[in-house]
Design a protein around this ligand. Structure first.
Ligand code: GAL
Length: 415
């Protein structure tokens, strides 16, 4: 009798503990930097999608646009032997972690869902390592966009700029009208986001030579000096309080009509939408003048750290991320476009439709390039070297000529 009771309670305890551990196993701890209003709204779409599949969510947000702070936290967690189960990551960071052999293999879900056929090859270059799927792409962002307040543009003549000269003319007119022409946050990754677009405005070949091939002559030459001249010009349209400002606060300046425009990736659209604004009516999205037809992209992907007991939830999360319905629902809110080529643009607004069309056309035309600012052109060491020089120059610490020379030196030093 006694024995039976003990056996029963052991069985009960075992049952309980397996129930508990399967509840734990069905949780994912997600490290990400999606903390702005628009980003959080998009993250919610993912959270809710997973909830419906019985996958619980443990939030591990690390604020800081562009994800530098998140990557520092990730390194500390992994070093402490306590890696999160799923991590938002960009481009070469994924490759770096894959090289360390710590990322979970997603081949079986990729095979079941036929990712090879539907994920654009430019993304697969980062989602796969040695032929194995090690990350699930959730979106494609692009960085060469300008977000313009419709009313500020109307007051400045009404015509969206198509060339560098037209851009400067509109910025001048906005200045005359008494608003801050260019909303900007002085953080290295934001300076570098504008730099991406300015380099691209010098031509596709120049972007490729300097940012992808890291050609020393392109990095230090006359065209790069002109890039820095343009950066200096843009700097003159920024308000005095720009230093350290978060990117979403710069978006808010445009949303509120205090500033004319922001040069930022299409995650900025998430902020406009969250504020109830409509493209074409309240704001315009245009490609950075001189970069029409070309796209500098980055793709947020989730990589899973291989830990016992988490595999089931991780595979479920990976499958959910790539489902066509989720790709549409999430990217409509986030401002990005789907990481699959077979998703309809039916639910997207005009900027989203344009983003999808631009991406497909640039891919066809060979004018689709990885963004330097967002980790898709070169590994982190090079990216950080570029950040340093671009930011030093933007804050007046280097002349245009010195900046071009320093850029080549700084990149050379980490190669
Ligand atoms: C990018 C990321 C976007 C967006 C942005 C600002 O690197 O790809 O999803 O979140 O940073 O935080």
């Amino acid at each position: 009798m006694r024995l039976t009771t003990i056996a029963a309670s052991v069985a009960l305890a075992a049952g309980l503990s397996s129930a508990v551990s399967s509840a734990v196993a069905a949780d994912v701890e997600v490290l990400h930097w999606w903390t702005s209003g628009g980003e959080a709204a998009a993250l919610d779409v993912l959270k809710q999608d997973l909830e419906t599949q019985g996958v619980g969510w443990q939030d591990m947000p690390v604020a800081g646009g562009g994800g530098e702070a998140a990557m520092t936290t990730l390194r500390a967690r992994v070093t402490a032997g306590n890696a999160p189960t799923a991590v938002q990551m960009l481009g070469f960071d994924i490759t770096d972690w894959a090289n360390e052999g710590v990322l979970a293999n997603l081949n079986s879900v990729a095979e079941d869902e036929n990712w090879d056929a539907v994920v654009p090859t430019a993304l697969q270059a980062f989602s796969k390592h040695d032929g194995n799927w090690i990350a699930a792409p959730v979106n494609v962002h692009s960085t060469n966009w300008v977000w313009i307040s419709k009313s500020a543009l109307d007051e400045a003549g009404g015509k969206a700029p198509e060339s560098w000269e037209e851009l400067v003319a509109v910025l001048d007119a906005m200045k005359e009208n008494g608003i801050t022409p260019l909303a900007h946050g002085g953080q290295p990754w934001q300076d570098a986001t504008i730099f991406d677009a300015v380099v691209l405005s010098m031509g596709n070949d120049f972007y490729k030579q300097s940012m992808i091939d890291l050609d020393m002559d392109a990095l230090s030459g006359e065209t790069m000096v002109e890039v820095f001249e343009r950066m200096e010009t843009l700097r003159s349209y920024v308000d005095d309080n720009f230093s350290g400002r978060d990117w979403n606060l710069a978006s808010a300046m445009v949303i509120e009509g205090k500033a004319g425009m922001q040069m930022m990736g299409d995650w900025a659209k998430g902020e406009f939408l969250k504020a109830g604004q409509t493209p074409g009516e309240d704001f315009l999205c245009i490609r950075f003048p001189g970069t029409q037809g070309s796209v500098t992209f980055n793709s947020d992907q989730f990589a899973m750290f291989g830990q016992e007991g988490d595999a089931d939830a991780q595979q479920k999360m990976a499958a959910a991320i790539l489902s066509p319905e989720f790709q549409s629902a999430f990217n409509v809110v986030k401002g990005s476009v789907p990481a699959r080529t077979d998703v309809s643009d039916g639910d997207f607004d005009d900027c989203g439709k344009k983003g999808m069309k631009d991406l497909a056309e640039a891919n066809e035309a060979g004018s689709l390039f990885g963004s330097m600012a967002h980790g898709h052109a070169a590994p982190a060491a090079v990216k950080n070297a570029v950040y340093d020089v671009v930011t030093q120059h933007f804050n007046g610490g280097l002349s245009n000529e010195e900046a071009a020379e320093e850029l080549a030196n700084a990149v050379d030093a980490v190669l």
